[in-house]
Design a protein. Structure first.
Ligand SMILES: *Cc1c(COP(=O)(O)O)cnc(C)c1O
Length: 496
């Protein structure tokens, strides 16, 4: 197998092994790690279709993580995709009227981030051993809701690691907050910040870039790493379910071998959809990738005009995990669209951080033609959730609703008959109130659990254990801080 190394999108590092790239999370120049090339699948999709999810995961990940042994990888995969998932299929593909819904919410925190975060801690632990790291690894994460819980659950009590999660105090759902502040594990910390997700993410990036602080941590026996979706150890496991979705379409006879499909992805940080693009570049016949945004439609504007502009009001929506104005993983697509020109990429990213906007060339735009930007307003989101419930008896969450609304608008306008996969990123029970209101109109119930029960009554899908448990779970994390004081908060947690 061809050896794949990783280089920074901004040119500061190259020839980095996969395990080292996973350990570091982000390159030392602030750029993101990219594989030296995108490998091609070395087995036909027909053959992959005969495999389990775990076997498919191995076939994809072995091509990217070339300094992991077969035994190491298979072991990580087996421990990640096990009975934590409430179905042996791991990621079921459900036919719902005009499209196929890829349900990525069957892991233990009922959102798609489990797909990558159940395996990342395993990959990090192996990577640390490989690279003779003797320091305790501190995972630092900013979350718009789902990453935080999934990372906490993944890392809780994993030896040699600590995890500290920052979330925007008023920017996550009640259930999301409960999920985080009740997290068990002696190595976990959760801190609410006074600010929005971008403040939290910017704060975390600053800590990573602070060389003095790095020295201080090092002297105290700690090394930072990131579980955010910029880590290649998150990106690569996400490529798997696009291969899996195609394989399932073959298995159910929904498509002919080689037939092109579309994917529609509810997007925030651009990690999920980028993984879909990687799958396409590896040889999965994906035609268009619909990038679905909510009212924070910075990506829609980008794909339609070529200008990325984060200077706008930040909107709080009922799809909070997509309330993002700086989509970090877009940097990887920018890099690809320059023909892997790190200098050009670094210049654009500098412009973004200094002015809040940049414009790509026509040539770069041409490279991104496989992406189609779309967005749904709050009303359109609610409308499609109601529509699919009434017409098909299927209940989806508010993030998936954004994707479904974008696809339906496209379908209504064009009659596009291409088989299409809508990527479902959360269980409706993670956002029960918004989902129930979309279906029934304003409701008076204020107790989240009563709302979940009501949703169960109308959907006939049982309330997941992950929600039921919260009812009686003890609140273990109560810390809050200002966005400006995040570094001090980290020191406090680590006792340095
Ligand atoms: C994180 C998240 C998204 C956005 O995914 P990205 O990879 O950041 O684009 C969408 N929906 C849900 C439910 C999420 O948790």
């Amino acid at each position: 197998m061809k050896n794949i190394t990783y280089q920074s999108t901004r040119g500061g590092e190259s020839g980095v092994s996969a395990s080292m790239a996973i350990l570091k999370g982000i390159a030392s120049d602030g750029g993101l790690f990219m594989p030296s090339e995108i490998p091609q699948l070395d087995k036909p999709l027909r053959e992959l279709a005969g495999m389990t999810y775990q076997e498919q995961a191995y076939e994809v990940m072995k091509l990217f993580l070339t300094d992991f042994t077969e035994e190491e990888l298979r072991d990580c995969i087996a421990k990640a995709y096990d009975s934590k998932f409430d179905t042996p299929e791991i990621a079921p593909l459900v036919h719902v009227g005009m499209a196929y819904v890829l349900e990525l919410f069957h892991g233990n925190t009922i959102a798609f981030k489990d797909m990558a975060l159940s395996i990342l801690p395993r990959l990090i632990t192996v990577a640390a051993k490989k690279n003779h790291v003797d320091k305790e690894i501190v995972i630092l994460t900013a979350t718009s809701g789902d990453t935080g819980k999934a990372a906490l659950a993944g890392f809780a009590d994993v030896p040699g690691t600590r995890i500290i999660v920052f979330y925007p105090k008023d920017g996550v759902s009640h259930i999301q907050e409960l999920q985080m502040v009740t997290q068990k594990g002696d190595n976990t910390a959760v801190i609410a910040i006074h600010g929005n997700f971008d403040d939290a993410q910017t704060g975390v990036k600053k800590i990573f870039a602070d060389k003095e602080y790095e020295k201080k941590l090092d002297a105290s026996g700690f090394q930072l790493s990131s579980a955010n979706s910029i880590n290649v150890g998150r990106l690569i496991p996400q490529v798997v379910y696009y291969v899996h979705a195609y394989a399932e379409l073959l298995n159910c006879g929904g498509i002919e071998d080689g037939e092109e499909i579309n994917v529609v992805v509810p997007t925030g940080n651009f990690g999920n959809i980028l993984a879909g693009y990687f799958a396409k570049l590896m040889g999965v016949p994906i035609g268009k990738l619909f990038c679905a945004s909510n009212d924070n439609k910075v990506l829609y504007d980008f794909f339609t005009t070529g200008t990325y502009d984060k200077n706008r009001d930040f909107m709080l929506t009922m799809s909070p995990s997509m309330d993002i104005l700086v989509s970090s993983n877009l940097e990887r697509l920018i890099y690809l669209s320059t023909g892997s020109d790190a200098e050009k990429t670094a210049k654009l990213m500098k412009e973004l951080s200094e002015t809040g906007h940049y414009t790509v060339t026509k040539e770069m735009q041409k490279h991104m033609e496989d992406f189609i930007g779309g967005y749904a307003t709050e009303e359109q989101d609610a409308e499609v959730i109601r529509y699919l419930y009434r017409k098909r008896g299927y209940v989806m969450d508010t993030h998936t609703g954004v994707a479904a609304a974008v696809w339906k608008a496209h379908w209504d306008a064009t009659g596009d008959q291409t088989k299409t996969v809508i990527v479902s990123t959360a269980s409706p029970y993670k956002f029960s109130k918004a989902v129930l209101e979309a279906i029934q109109g304003p409701i008076l119930l204020t107790d989240e659990f009563a709302v979940a029960e009501e949703l169960e009554n109308i959907s006939h899908v049982p309330v997941p254990k992950a929600v039921l448990e919260l009812k009686t779970a003890e609140i273990r994390h109560k810390k809050e801080c200002d966005a400006a004081d995040m570094e001090a908060a980290v020191s406090g947690v680590l006792g340095i």
